[in-house]
Design a protein around this ligand. Structure first.
Ligand SMILES: [Cu+2]
Length: 725
């Protein structure tokens, strides 16, 4: 079964948005997977098969091929072998020479920071059911309740540890928070959060589109355009910014019609412009239908093509010369001195925890946790049918909910190792997302260092996952270097959102003022300007939890008595005392070096060991006027690239746990207003990365993957280059 994320558009007339393909519906349940233990468990010998689920490629495998696995298993786990797709053309042809392995998560948590396991989710549901809280409840968020950090640090492998689950619950139109002690099998707390808006649960997509389908006002507005409800597909968007007072305090979805004409791939190029329905997700009622004026539905424009590429290139394959250097033990991954654990999360996708680096003198802590804390995509068009489009994709839809099955040889290189990610579904049951995390090592093609006779080739290790949120696919890479550096790359791909506009040429678009808010990409089709902002939450623990933020400004210094050199720059160092002093956006005219350092001068020669930021594609909003806009305030953290807060158990998402309506600062912008002390304490860094997207015609029909990245590298941690023995 081919599993294109777009292919599903051709079947239902009212698909949810984000599109739910066979790789995004939660996959097979954990329960059904465990019904076939022989097919998932490594057998002693011989051929075996697994039931096909959502594979692009033929499922096959021979145990005897294990010597060529892309990772080394420290402890035997559940394995799935599938053949790889050929690379290059995005095609589906199986390449029998290159099998891959998918690893299932262990049944029991092996570390206090591991994700909730299927049996723990069973316990969670049993505890809620015993209290009468399960039936009729949906769980927009459910994850490990973060344990006490000091308890985690003092924990010894093999010993017992406490486990709690934290959930946001929607029940009878109200929001509650539940904490369950999984070991004691008891409900620790059940707290109502009046007025707290949560993200979607899957059933609500159907609620919204069904309500709009039956609404006479929408049918009448379509009739004015010569269309019937049967001729359109109604896509459900998040409510976004609220302008109508009647919508305040409600959970809103916007249902937008697109003309069905041609195949599914053309749908986003057929907007029924200026028309949308606003639906109350809790009552299932259409609150209003907004019509800002008809524009002819564009019927031309570039058409998305799946699986073709020009020119057809021979696949380029890189594999280790000998055994893989990647070691896997359950959810722990080790490579070149690095060790880390991964865990799935409904909202943030795949998180990393307990990240350490060891050059041979003992493992040093680098990051306690790393995650995509929020993803914000505000569109920049003044028409009321666009102003609500300030999308908080991870909060509203969930990057874990939309994890995409990875195609071997295309999404990850031939030879990559794969993990199945287990996540709770809307009903708090475990669902397996098959092959949604991959790991591989690759040569960069560059020398890592070079000094004539002495040189070494650079290799790096990648942990990759992909979330398909609406019209965009986000590819998230955690990239580790053998020199102790770590980089985070996000690739935005997919199909840009387009608006119908009465313009056949750039001159037409200019004459009606549309060229300031978008780019004409087809006859009558305008790709609207927007931004992609991601906030990475990095709980850095450089050596220990006593850390400080250091800003080193390169300031001018006069040189006296030397007419040939009157000015140089020097480093003016400041240890930042509190949160507001840590907010920072790079300005090339005023260069700065920014580091998180240990409070202890425990580095070589008395240095404070630290990690230095490489700002890469750091980004922030363009002006304070935009920062003060209620729509932009939903992602108020975009006001700066760098924010630093003292560690707090409940501060995990840059826009806050709940969906902000923009009426007041939320999340980071609200927490940091207190200007808490951050010197020589446990710090969390929040890094804004992304780009302002003024679309190019080359971004259609399938957008070339656009890369944004930033990184960290050790500074005065090691006495010499960590690459040298
Ligand atoms: Cu974009």
């Amino acid at each position: 079964m081919h599993c294109s994320a777009r292919a599903v558009l051709s079947t239902p007339h009212n698909p949810p948005f984000p599109f739910v393909g066979c790789n995004q519906t939660g996959g097979k349940s954990a329960q059904s997977a465990t019904k076939h233990p022989k097919s998932l468990r490594l057998a002693a010998s011989g051929n075996w098969r697994v039931p096909p689920t959502c594979e692009d490629c033929r499922v096959t495998g021979r145990v005897s091929r294990l010597l060529r696995l892309p990772v080394r298993l420290l402890v035997p786990g559940a394995l799935v072998l599938v053949s790889a797709c050929s690379g290059g053309g995005g095609g589906d042809k199986a390449d029998p020479a290159a099998e891959v392995v998918a690893l299932s998560a262990p049944a029991k948590p092996a570390h206090p920071l591991d994700a909730l396991t299927p049996s723990e989710l069973d316990t969670f549901r049993e505890v809620l059911a015993a209290g009468g809280y399960l039936d009729g409840s949906a769980f927009p968020y459910l994850a490990l309740d973060e344990p006490d950090k000091q308890a985690v640090f003092s924990w010894k492998p093999g010993s017992a540890f406490a486990r709690r689950a934290f959930a946001v619950v929607r029940r009878q139109g109200r929001t509650f928070e539940a904490v369950v002690d999984l070991g004691a099998r008891s409900l620790v707390s059940w707290t109502e959060k009046p007025g707290a808006a949560t993200g979607f649960v899957t059933s609500e997509f159907g609620t919204a589109s069904s309500a709009a389908t039956a609404d006479e006002r929408l049918a009448a507005a379509l009739a004015l355009r010569g269309l019937s409800v049967g001729e359109v597909s109604l896509l459900t968007f998040a409510g976004g910014s609220v302008s109508d007072p009647a919508e305040q305090g409600r959970r809103i979805a916007r249902v937008i019609p697109f003309r069905i004409a041609g195949d599914a791939a053309t749908l986003l190029s057929r907007p029924v412009e200026g028309l949308f329905a606003s639906v109350d997700l809790d009552t299932g009622k259409v609150l209003s239908v907004t019509d800002t004026g008809a524009v002819p539905v564009p019927l031309g424009g570039p058409v998305a093509e799946a699986g073709r590429q020009r020119p057809a290139l021979n696949p380029v394959v890189f594999t280790p010369n000998g055994m893989s250097n990647i070691d896997v033990n359950g959810t722990e991954v080790r490579w070149a001195g690095w060790s880390m654990r991964w865990r799935g999360n409904r909202r943030t996708g795949v998180e990393l925890a307990d990240v350490r680096f060891n050059t041979g003198s003992g493992a040093r802590r680098v990051m306690y946790e790393a995650s995509v804390s929020d993803l914000f995509v505000p569109y920049q068009h003044p028409d009321p049918s666009w102003t609500f489009r300030t999308l908080l994709d991870s909060a509203e839809f969930g990057l874990g909910n939309t994890l995409s099955t990875l195609r071997p040889g295309v999404d990850c290189p031939v030879g990559a190792g794969y993990f199945d990610v287990v996540l709770p579904d809307d009903a708090a049951r475990a669902a397996v997302k098959p092959r949604t995390l991959c790991t591989f090592e690759r040569p960069t093609g560059n020398p890592a260092y070079r000094l004539e006779a002495s040189a070494a080739a650079e290799t790096e290790m990648v942990l990759r996952w992909v979330a398909v949120v609406g019209n965009y696919d986000y590819i998230v890479d955690n990239v580790f270097g053998a020199d102790g550096s770590v980089r985070f790359h996000v690739f935005a791909a997919g199909i840009v959102l387009q608006r119908g506009a009465a313009a056949a040429s750039v001159a037409d678009a200019h004459s009606i003022g549309e060229d300031e808010h978008g780019v004409l990409v087809g006859e009558g089709l305008l790709a609207v300007n927007h931004d992609h902002y991601l906030s990475f939450r990095l709980d850095l623990d450089v050596g220990d939890t006593g850390n400080r933020l250091v800003r080193q400004r390169l300031v001018p210094e006069a040189v006296d008595g030397n007419p040939g050199r009157t000015g140089i720059w020097r480093v003016d160092e400041q240890v930042v005392g509190s949160e507001l002093g840590a907010r920072y956006t790079p300005n090339p005219r005023e260069p700065e070096r920014v580091l998180v350092q240990s409070a202890a001068a425990s580095g070589p020669l008395g240095h404070h060991p630290g990690y230095e930021f490489e700002f890469g594609d750091s980004v922030a909003v363009s002006s304070t006027a935009v920062v003060d806009d209620p729509g932009s305030r939903r992602g108020g953290w975009t006001a700066d690239t760098l924010w630093v807060t003292p560690y707090a158990h409940d501060e995990r998402f840059a826009s806050g746990l709940y969906i902000p309506d923009g009426s007041a600062p939320a999340g980071l912008a609200a927490w940091t207003a207190a200007d808490r002390a951050i010197r020589d304490t446990d710090l969390v860094v929040w890094f804004t990365v992304g780009f302002h997207h003024v679309v190019r015609t080359e971004d259609l029909p399938n957008m070339p993957a656009h890369e944004s990245e930033f990184g960290l590298k050790p500074a005065n941690v090691y006495p010499t280059n960590p690459l040298l023995p």
